[in-house]
Design a protein around this ligand. Structure first.
Ligand SMILES: C[S@@+](CC[C@H](N)C(=O)[O-])C[C@H]1O[C@@H](n2cnc3c(N)ncnc32)[C@H](O)[C@@H]1O
Length: 193
């Protein structure tokens, strides 16, 4: 199935959890993976894999299957992801259980979290739960990267999210606005290494 149609179907099924009508563009994906050097001892976890718009670029920099773990909630998307990325570990699960999923996977230390969850539209308990999981990895030294869409950038949940992250991990590094994405957005990075 065409990736855009698959993504739109996922959005119509669950708009708040998907948070966008189109998969990330190659330009946005490039900012999400820039500078990452995953390895078996610097595993990259991708949260909210979707149709694999970022995964298809991540797979080019992942040296082997022990360097990547993807977590996606929607089982229909996971079925296609597993077909499209047979060499990658992709789990159907909830990002609120990231630490347990990582432990069960037997993979090594996590060096990077590439997070595509729509924090602005997710219910507050999910947002808080995911960030508690992220904190477990940040405490051990990890880089956290996420995207925020420009139209929601100054909405209270987006600003609250950034304030909380700044309190915990300091000022973020923000990419230039990626206009070649629907909707345009920024990549934000916090590094606790
Ligand atoms: C904005 S889409 C991003 C998809 C893709 N990474 C991209 O950039 O095009 C967000 C994805 O997060 C997934 N998602 C939402 N809540 C989740 C959760 N609690 N755990 C895991 N995945 C979740 C949705 O099903 C959706 O596929």
């Amino acid at each position: 199935m065409n990736e855009n149609i698959e993504f739109l179907q996922a959005f119509l099924k669950n708009p708040a959890k998907v948070g966008s009508v189109k998969p990330s563009s190659p330009e946005l994906a490039a900012t999400m993976i820039e500078g990452l050097e995953p390895s078996a001892e610097n595993v990259v976890i991708e949260l909210g894999v979707g149709t694999g718009a970022i995964t298809k670029f991540l797979q080019n920099i992942v040296p082997d299957h022990r360097s990547y773990l993807g977590i996606e909630l929607d089982s229909a998307l996971v079925k296609n992801l597993r077909r499209n990325f047979p060499d990658l570990n992709i789990v159907c699960g909830n990002a609120m259980e990231t630490a347990a999923i990582h432990k069960r996977s037997g993979l090594g230390k996590v060096g990077y979290i590439v997070c595509c969850l729509p924090f602005v539209s997710l219910p507050a308990p999910v947002r808080t739960g995911v960030l508690e999981e992220v904190d477990e990895f940040m405490q051990q030294g990890c880089e956290f990267r996420t995207l925020q869409y420009a139209h929601g950038y100054y909405l209270p949940p987006a600003m609250k999210f950034r304030e909380l992250m700044r309190k915990r991990y300091g000022k973020e590094k923000r990419s230039p606005l990626v206009v070649r994405n629907v909707p345009p957005g920024y990549t934000l990075t916090w590094d606790s290494k």
